[in-house]
Design a protein around this ligand. Structure first.
Ligand SMILES: [Zn+2]
Ligand SMILES: [Zn+2]
Length: 130
């Protein structure tokens, strides 16, 4: 029997609500459920272009934020299509026509916006619970 994948990163159900624009719902093999808005996924897009963009912003540092103008109203990003990639990821085509982001299930679980996952995957310094 093959060694099972990390059950926390294995979806048992995945729904992409394209027509309603509600986002993505995933149920994981450990029975955890995650909900992602499309704008959140767009901001977390793992493609090289978006990675570069985020790095540039990080390099620019807080000074850039101070001089930045207030954000103009932007239409809410939704998705136009979602395509499975093998059995390990989904590719989402966003309404701003950005479609190069391939969201692996591991990445999706790590960016789950809930508090439990934030503690588990994104706060390595958190104290270990008994
Ligand atoms: Zn991207
Ligand atoms: Zn979660």
């Amino acid at each position: 029997m093959p060694i099972p994948l990390d059950v926390r990163k294995k979806p048992t159900s995945l729904k992409v609500h394209i027509s309603t624009g509600a986002g993505v719902d995933i149920t994981w093999a450990d029975a955890h459920t995650s909900h992602y808005d499309f704008p959140y996924l767009r901001d977390s897009c793992p493609c090289a272009m978006c990675n570069d963009e985020r790095e540039q912003k990080a390099k620019a540092g807080p000074a850039a934020k101070v001089s930045a103008v207030l954000p103009m109203y932007k239409p809410r990003v939704t998705a136009q299509a979602a395509t499975p990639v093998g059995n390990y990821a989904i590719q989402i085509q966003f309404s701003d026509s950005h479609a190069t982001g391939i969201f692996s299930f591991g990445h999706l679980r790590e960016i789950c916006p809930c508090e439990a996952c934030a503690r588990e995957f994104r706060n390595k310094s958190a104290e270990a619970a008994g």
